[in-house]
Design a protein around this ligand. Structure first.
Ligand code: ZN
Length: 161
């Protein structure tokens, strides 16, 4: 979790006091709002909130997938960022985007038109791409992943808008 992500401690406390208000008998300390509890109790509430938020993020990533894709067309390329990338607030520094910008700087390659899964970035900063759709015919698993280097030649003046 990035440091600026909400910790939901106050939400945990609000939920707690709403429950406490329904109890009888109720201890008066149970009804204290966030602003009036001590730092130790706030820390507990933050940890609960952080744990629940992390579990929910993991569920969302599992549900929606957490991959990066790139789409090459004749006049542009576009990275589809992962859900995690979009939610983290780190998209402007995305390593996948940087890697694609590097290989696309020379322009479009007719063989690379279509949508590709960016499966990894190697130690040299080159992305490994696996065709997801587009191009000639259906995806053929026997083709295996293509490295970006295979699609670099013969193109110029290609910039993401
Ligand atoms: Zn990204």
């Amino acid at each position: 979790m990035s440091s600026d992500a909400p910790d939901y401690g106050e939400l945990v406390r609000e939920t707690w006091t709403a429950w406490a208000a329904e109890q009888y008998p109720v201890k008066s300390s149970w009804l204290l709002p966030w602003a009036e509890i001590d730092e130790g109790q706030r820390e507990v509430d933050r940890r609960i909130g952080t744990a629940v938020a992390a579990a929910e993020r993991a569920r969302i990533y599992a549900e929606l997938g957490n991959d990066h894709f790139v789409i090459f067309t004749e006049d542009r390329w576009t990275v589809e960022h992962s859900v995690e990338c979009r939610l983290s607030g780190q998209m402007p520094e995305c390593a996948y985007h940087e890697a694609i910008a590097d290989i696309a700087a020379d322009g479009p390659d007719p063989e690379m038109m279509g949508r590709w899964l960016i499966s990894e970035i190697d130690s040299a900063g080159l992305p490994s791409l696996t065709r997801a759709s587009g191009g000639d015919g259906p995806v053929r698993p026997q083709d295996g992943p293509r490295t970006a280097g295979q699609g670099r030649a013969g193109v110029t003046g290609y910039r993401e808008p």
